[in-house]
Ligand binder design. Structure first.
Ligand code: SAM
Ligand code: F3S
Length: 453
């Protein structure tokens, strides 16, 4: 371990957390902030220069993540030269992959921890202070993490709740199972307790989070139904929770029970993000996704039978090794058939240690970029058409704060997760209101309040 000078974290100091990557990382960053506030009284700051502890919460799903982290760290080293007591911590998936190598290459780093050891951050900080040496903990102690987290700080009427973590699917292109570990679910009573506690503090909408949220299975329970559909049923039974979202779901576990839950539970929003990755069976097999394009379409058909208005979005990988023009056209065709309401497209990025990284990649960057642009133009145009069709309709909107651009206006979200800005009084923040959509803006909608709910 690298030796560093003795650090003392004085009270009333600040933490700056820089988050890269997915919703899970954003959630983890909130948990780190809650933990460091509870344990060391550290307040959050947006400015690295005024921080006493800086955390990089890294992501390694795409791009040259490792190199980006080290170049960020280089800049932080300069800050530390002016402020020797500054604590630099690296968390997230790059930390999980690189471990001790981070301290070896950047000896001014004080703490390295993985997504499953973030709850040990306060103890690591103290150990660093006591020992004078950098602390590295990238183990996978699983459920212990949730037991060790303080109650979340509630900011507004919406909250995220992680119900499962990790991934056991091992898609051939993806690094997540190696950095976040295998799938494990939190016990149902714990999840319900956390949501009831949030509801008691004014939360009306929860987003249930997981790498594959519908792989949820409460293994500790003796009850017969302990899957994701059963969990939705129970969350739905909490009177103060009025709206339920979830992300991200996986086609493999999109069971008929889950589809039936959509039919049965009015609190469950009519919006699903269901990554398909490709419309070509050949590519889906090479990706080891475990389903065909037809099986994916069958899920969508059954979902639409019970929820005709459902809004669907997806993730697509462009330029997976061996993707031909015909494969790409199959993806475009799937987009047309399903009618997605916006989606994410990513150029394939070989991830060290994954099976696909060994496959020859014959496509030029130019072709990949052109395909990505074609795909995004299609999904963006579809989303714009759906927004346009919402003009004149009434939408139920949960008001979560003031509009970003005009603080005299309010901002909320519709069931299909669109931001709506509209004139209204601040006392409506935290309430559901009925809004008539009057116009579409760039990435949002404009509206007028109709009736208070
Ligand atoms: N569990 C989700 C699912 O059902 O597939 C995916 C979670 S993954 C962290 C988020 C998205 O990142 C994936 O859906 C995929 O589109 C993208 N992704 C993952 N690995 C990638 C890679 N090596 N290159 C490009 N995109 C990648
Ligand atoms: Fe990654 Fe596939 Fe899991 S995309 S997160 S290995 S479902």
């Amino acid at each position: 371990m690298a030796f560093c000078p003795l650090l003392v974290i004085p009270l009333n100091k600040k933490v700056h957390i820089r988050t890269f990557g997915c919703q899970m990382n954003a959630y983890d960053s909130d948990k780190m902030a809650d933990l460091l506030y509870a344990s060391h009284g550290l307040e959050k700051t947006e400015h690295a220069e005024e921080a006493d502890v800086i955390v990089l919460n890294t992501c390694s799903v795409r791009e040259k993540a490792q190199e980006k982290v080290f170049s960020d760290l280089g800049r932080l080293a300069e800050l530390k030269r002016d402020k020797p007591g500054l604590v630099i911590a690296v968390g997230g998936c790059v930390a999980s992959q690189e471990g001790h190598a981070i301290v070896a290459r950047a000896p001014y780093v004080d703490l390295v921890f993985g997504p499953q050891t973030l709850h040990r951050l306060p103890a690591l900080l103290d150990a660093r202070r006591r020992s004078g040496t950098a602390q590295v903990d990238i183990s996978f102690p699983e459920i212990e993490k949730f037991d060790a987290l303080p109650p979340a700080r509630v900011e507004g009427p919406t909250a995220f709740v992680s119900i499962m973590e990790g991934c056991s699917k091992y898609c051939s292109f993806c690094v997540v199972p190696y950095t976040r570990g295998e799938e494990f679910s939190r016990p149902l009573p714990d999840v319900l307790r956390e949501i009831s506690d949030l509801a008691a503090r004014g939360v009306k909408e929860v987003t249930l989070l997981g790498q594959n949220v519908n792989a949820y299975l409460d293994l500790e329970s003796n009850a017969e139904d302990t899957d994701f559909a059963a969990l939705l049923e129970q969350v739905s039974a909490l009177p103060a929770i009025e709206r339920i979202r979830y992300t991200t779901s996986h086609p493999l576990e999109f069971t008929q029970r889950l589809i039936d839950a959509h039919a049965r539970l009015p609190k469950l929003v009519g919006q699903v993000h269901l990554p398909v990755q490709s419309g070509s069976d050949r590519i889906l097999a090479a990706m080891k996704r475990g389903y065909t394009a037809l099986e994916y379409k069958s899920i969508i058909c059954r979902l639409r039978e019970v929820c005709p208005q459902i809004s669907l979005s997806s993730d697509f990988i462009i330029g997976f090794p061996g993707e031909t023009e015909a494969d790409f056209n199959a993806t475009l065709q799937l987009i047309d058939v399903v009618g997605f309401d916006g989606s994410y497209g990513f150029i394939y990025s070989p991830r060290p240690g994954t099976p696909a990284a060994e496959l020859p990649d014959g496509l030029s960057e130019q072709v990949k970029l052109a395909r990505l642009q074609t795909l995004l133009a299609k999904t963006d145009a579809a989303a714009a058409r759906i927004s346009q069709a919402m003009v004149g309709t009434r939408q139920r909107v949960l008001v979560d704060g003031h509009a970003k651009r005009d603080t005299y206006e309010l901002r909320g979200r519709t069931d299909n997760n669109r931001v709506v800005n509209f004139p209204g009084q601040a006392r409506l923040i935290g309430q559901f209101v009925e809004v008539t959509i009057t116009a579409t803006a760039h990435y949002s909608l404009r509206g007028e309040i109709v009736i208070l709910s």
